[in-house]
Design a protein around this ligand. Structure first.
Ligand code: ADP
Ligand code: ZN
Length: 607
């Protein structure tokens, strides 16, 4: 009997899909196999077809290790429906079921036995296997062996023992194909020269877009736009959408907002009661809810063909999670959209949620950030990530393929603050004082440089280093000072002279108005502004960061921000949110450092 006959007669599939046949032939030839196929590609055929053939040849039962009880039950039910003897042993089986399954196994009747990893590693179970004939071992979700992965399960580390005890061809299956995970699977399971089947991770019917949105109202607007574009506002009709959020609370608020915007939306998370979850899932499957707002708890084993839109309201913690969740769109092959809304605060949220079983959550976050900020075809980034090789293809559909310039601009906008900082009244007065003290016209740029403390030649020869205001605006950047001078010109408090090398000087005589406050005679220099250690330390810090990032220091944060930190002395990230000039992006990047500075110097001050 040929594998394709089993595929056709038992499962009704006319032909193998990419990769399936190679895996089937390898295990039938007695070899090990590692199958790296994206979700939905058909991994189960890779072990079910050979299992059926081996059972028919009297070679024994195939043991399938699977971590999800619901999936096990689905598979067993589907196989039985096709006339295949299959059973499952897990913590939810009743005593009767367990006894019946064990008896069928020992009589050699089962083609496939599904077991949870917890059970598989029990001595009792291994003794049971010793009393019957086993043909093959299949390990589903094999990336769970990886301590670096997002689904690490400690029992998986002990599956190598099971394999060694059984000494049968072993097939490991997963949708995560990074070289590291592949190596760990082979290593932990002790596989010998396995056939490695690596599938195609491209999804030609999916459009992957990223939008940089910091605030929830902007995210909501983007979500609604995506849902409307897919025609999902109507109460009934074809297609549905999943909106993924990182936290339970967020699923509820977003679902509420969508419902009040007129969508048939519900929410789903692991904190709801079983009844509520069941109701949401059923409503969504039946099309009563067209939009399900969910945490990552939703979706495993759910296979709805016509999910037209997947919005990630917040970025998930890894590209694996993103691809798995976004990949639930368009299973029917029709065009569908995957939209990631990305704000740097998402990284903060993910750090809070960080699953410490995952050792490399920072690297995982960096990967998703690179995806969001990247200027390369989104599908290319995803495929490269999963296969570990740099691909060449362009999907032609994603936002980067469609309009790389627009994506680049949006990225820059999201990353950089407005260029100039308005000066405080006090600093503006200081500018006027400097012009009054200098008494001669001076170039805007040179004046700005002098106020920032420059001792460059041009500044020295003009005597600007001797101004009492020299260096007093060191915490501001040149562009902001120049912009303030321009503003003073517009207000006619300062005049501009000359064309080729324009200079500025104080307007009119010191007889009235503003100029009265800018006496011609230099005032005695005010003592150095009281700068406490927090201000100094933060200024040093932002200069250092600016150098590293090749930013201007005001892009790190502005002097007014330092001043606010100085007075408020925040000690938590939440408190930082109240500081003007510190948005989620800045807090994500610099928040902990700022807090460390405040802590250190607050202690010093008190000491
Ligand atoms: P995975 O475990 O890789 O996510 P499944 O094994 O659940 O995928 O298969 C996904 C879907 O693809 C199922 O509906 C299955 O019936 C279908 N399928 C698998 N192999 C084939 C094939 N060779 N031809 C057509 N459909 C297939
Ligand atoms: Zn593309």
């Amino acid at each position: 009997m040929e594998p394709c006959a089993v595929l056709r007669d038992t499962f009704g599939h006319p032909a193998f899909r990419g990769g399936q046949e190679a895996a089937v032939r390898a295990v039938l030839a007695g070899r090990d196999a590692v199958v790296l196929l994206p979700t939905g590609a058909g991994k189960s055929m890779c072990y079910q077809v050979p299992a059926i053939m081996l059972a028919r040849q009297g070679r024994g039962t195939t043991i399938v290790i699977s971590p999800l009880i619901a999936l096990m039950n689905d598979q067993v039910g589907a196989l039985r429906g096709r006339g295949i003897a299959a059973g499952a042993l897990h913590s939810h089986s009743s005593d009767d079921e367990r006894a019946a399954t064990t008896a069928a196994l020992l009589r050699g009747e089962l083609a496939l036995l599904y077991v949870s990893p917890e059970r598989a590693v029990l001595d009792g179970f291994q003794r049971l296997l010793g009393r019957t004939r086993i043909a093959m071992l299949a390990i589903d979700e094999a990336h769970c062996v990886s301590q670096w992965g997002h689904d690490f399960r400690p029992e998986y580390l002990r599956l190598g023992e099971v394999r060694r005890a059984l000494e049968v061809p072993t097939i490991a299956l997963t949708a995560t194909a990074t070289p590291r995970v592949l190596a760990e699977i082979q290593d932990v399971l002790g596989m010998r020269d396995p056939e490695v089947v690596c599938g195609d991770f491209r999804r030609p019917n999916l459009t992957f877009d990223v939008q940089h949105r910091g605030r929830d109202d902007a995210r909501l607007a983007a979500t609604i736009e995506a849902l409307d574009r897919a025609g999902l506002r109507a109460r009934a009709g074809a297609g549905r959408a999943i909106v993924y959020c990182s936290t339970r609370k967020k699923t509820e608020t977003v679902a509420g907002e969508l419902a009040s915007a007129g969508f048939a939306a519900g929410h789903y998370h692991a904190g709801s009661t079983a009844v509520a979850r069941e109701r949401a899932q059923r409503g969504f499957a039946l099309g009563k809810l067209r939009i399900l707002v969910a945490t990552s708890a939703f979706g495993m084993g759910v296979d709805l063909p016509d999910v037209r839109v997947i919005v990630h309201f917040q970025a998930p913690g890894s590209l694996e999670a993103y691809y798995q969740e976004a990949g639930r769109a368009g299973r029917d092959g029709d065009p569908s959209q995957c939209l990631l809304l990305f704000g740097p605060s998402d990284l903060v949220t993910q750090r809070k949620l960080a699953d410490h079983a995952r050792h490399d959550h920072e690297a995982a976050l960096a990967a998703i950030e690179a995806y969001a900020r990247g200027g390369r075809c989104r599908q290319q980034i995803l495929c490269d990530h999963f296969t570990g090789v740099a691909g060449q293809f362009l999907c032609g559909l994603c936002d980067v393929c469609r309009d790389p310039d627009a994506v680049r601009d949006a990225r820059h906008e999201a990353a950089v603050d407005p260029i100039v900082t308005p000066l405080s009244a006090e600093d503006r007065q200081l500018l006027l004082d400097a012009l009054a003290a200098h008494r001669r016209p001076v170039g805007k740029g040179n004046l700005a440089k002098a106020l920032r403390g420059s001792r460059a030649k041009a500044i020295t020869v003009q005597g600007l280093v001797h101004l009492p205001q020299h260096g007093r605006l060191a915490a501001l950047d040149e562009a902001s000072i120049v912009a303030a001078i321009d503003q003073l010109i517009r207000e006619r408090r300062v005049v501009r002279r000359g064309n080729k090398y324009p200079t500025v000087a104080l307007a009119g005589a010191a007889s009235r108005g503003d100029t009265a406050r800018a006496p011609r005679v230099p005032r005695a220099p005010r003592g150095p502004r009281t700068q406490t250690s927090v201000t100094l330390a933060l200024d040093t810090y932002r200069k250092r960061v600016a150098r590293q990032l090749r930013w201007k220091s005001y892009m790190v944060f502005q002097r007014s921000t330092i001043a606010a930190i100085e007075t408020q002395r925040p000690i938590t990230l939440e408190a930082l949110e109240k500081i003007p000039g510190l948005g989620p992006a800045k807090i994500a990047r610099f928040g902990n450092d700022i807090l460390a500075v405040v802590r250190k110097h607050t202690r010093d001050d008190r000491a």
